[in-house]
Design a binder for this molecule. Structure first.
Ligand code: SAM
Length: 224
């Protein structure tokens, strides 16, 4: 089991994120629309010809049962993977037994805990997590991502998108709200936080027809 080499902050503002534990407990493995033994094909395609340099580190935020974490490990990264749900993390550990020493699964709240360790990464993956970050936490979240990326690091984000206006809806699963971003909205919001030297925007995908998302990739420049 991964023991973080720093003290985690005790969080006082974990709701509604804590409701994710109920979501996993109430569903059998692979019953939830995003939960799969395989990484999403669009993400797999992004990493298909990518081999990380030895010693490269990746952070998988809201990792669920770890399909994307295993993809990153297969691409050569040493992975830290976080999820707030203890059940999801338990399932991820079982499914990733062959990855011992390559992936460290951590149960904790990304918003309040993941960035307090001062670890830095070559790649941060946020696959279908950002749209669950509640409005009051978005600034704090992007600051954390920025602080944790090494110079020239990649931030890859798969997020619910739609055309028209950014819209919030009650989550179908957890107690929180889901933000459906527009492609322009996410670009604008990220440019407020990052100096981006390379970006590829808006490859469209879906989990099912009802859940369209965009896959965005950003190479972050050092702060001026
Ligand atoms: C839609 S799922 C995506 C899971 C995974 N990335 C995948 O693609 O299979 C969102 C995940 O974010 C996790 N999550 C939500 N809020 C969180 C938080 N504040 N900290 C850590 N994990 C969180 C949930 O438990 C859930 O596993």
């Amino acid at each position: 089991m991964y023991t973080p080499d720093c003290k985690l902050e005790n969080s006082t503002d974990d709701f509604p994120y804590t409701s994710w534990e109920r979501v996993y407990r109430e569903h059998t493995p692979y019953e939830l629309p995003w939960d799969s033994s395989e990484p999403h094909p669009l993400l797999a395609a992004l990493f298909e010809n990518h081999r990380a340099k030895p010693g490269s580190r990746a952070l998988d935020l809201g990792c669920g049962t770890g399909a994307s974490s295993r993809l990153l490990a297969d691409s050569g990264y040493d992975v830290d993977a976080w999820d707030v749900s203890a059940t999801a993390i338990e399932r991820a550990r079982v499914l990733s037994m062959d990855y011992s020493g390559k992936i460290r699964f951590v149960q904790g709240n990304v918003i309040t805990q993941a960035f307090t360790c001062n670890h830095t990464y070559d790649l941060i993956l946020d696959f279908l997590f950002l749209h669950h970050v509640q409005d009051g936490d978005i600034e704090r979240y992007f600051r954390g991502v920025r602080k944790s990326l090494r110079e020239g690091g990649r931030y890859v984000v798969g997020v619910f998108v739609q055309t028209g206006e950014t819209e919030k809806r009650a989550s179908l699963f957890s107690d929180g709200e889901v933000r459906y971003w527009t492609s322009q909205g996410i670009q604008q919001c990220l440019h407020n936080h990052f100096q981006i030297s390379l970006a590829s925007y808006g490859k469209a995908g879906s989990m099912e027809q009802n859940y369209p998302f965009g896959l965005f990739e950003f190479i972050i420049k050092p702060c001026p």
